[in-house]
Write a new protein. Sequence first.
Length: 417
Amino acid sequence: MAEAYIIDAVRTPRGVGKAGKGALAHMHPQHLAATVLKAIAERNKLDTADIDDVIWSTSTQKGKQGGDMARMALLDAGFDPKVSGTTLDRFCGGGISSVSFAAGQIMSGLEDLVIAGGTEMMSLTATMAAEEAAAGLKPLGMGSGNERLQEAYPQSHQGVCGDAIASMEGITREALDALGLESQRRAAVAIAEGRFDKSLVPVYDDTGALVLDKEEFPRPQTTAEGLASLKPSFEAIGSMPLDEKGTTFNGLINKKYPDIEIKHFHHAGNSSGVVDGAAAVLLASKEYADAHGLKPRARVVVAVNVGDDPTLMLNAPVPAAKKALARAGLTVDDIDLWEINEAFAVVAEKFIRDLKLDREKVNVNGGSIALGHPIGATGAVLIGTVLDELERRDLKRGLVTMCAAGGMAPAIIIERV
């Protein structure tokens, strides 16, 4: 099988994902995607007519984020109109999947040059969600025509799922807050030392004015005392009636797991940040890279997907990582750096405990608690982040994984060349 080489990775800074407050919130999502597409093409002096495909990830594909963002954004970026584009959705996992699909096309010999990545503007999706709720639209299965699915596979709110898993596992609020605090500390060090600079590209508007050139979300002033003072975010949500039967998100979990006493631990300081952002990864075959003077930075070793219990929703990263390691013939000790998306602190904490990982190898530059989680883009962001850090530390392999709605997780292992 042919090798799929990673040539380069870029991303925008992440802006606060609140309409009227975040620096990127007034931008069009296709413009953010075009920003990273244009940057990666220019940095690598690509003849864009050679690009076989652009594979993009966007989770909420409606409104301004609808309409096959890959194709629209590559045209906005000035690519040759011969270039095709497709947009996928694996909820939070789509950014990894876009890179995995691109690698698969190259490894199979079907294509030679592919750009993968993703975009998500949470400032838009949060507004759309509020508008849908105001219009009376219900969550999945709650009067929305999907009651049969909800009956067979009860799916709760992600934050409530995080609290339920922490309750089941005996993971304390203090442990979750400590992970959140460490995420902020590590991110502050990484920013101060310029560890993200290699991949970061500034965002300009159509007039050429600078919109954002640095991370907007981190809160380096965070303290343990401040985190301890925050009220749990999902306690009221967990007990809120969802239908005329009095169904609640807590109840959906207890229907399948009646012995769980759900305690609520997660809040804004130990959950992923709501942000806007985009990221792109350039992949090429060995033949194309050699013929055009592109220097590979890494190769894709393996990429896998796993489904797990949709009721608890967030537990698939551990089996995904185990599947990736087994498929690659590697062990935990063969991985130098790990990136597990901090959707909620319990996801990373359980991942570290279950795999018995050295914490000094996991999310070494902070994670989504400190930096934010632009849903469809995050996986591509993390692949670029681990690649930069492998190079900075002169290490070899990294594994990236993340939970996704519906109880899924993709995982990918990359290796420097």
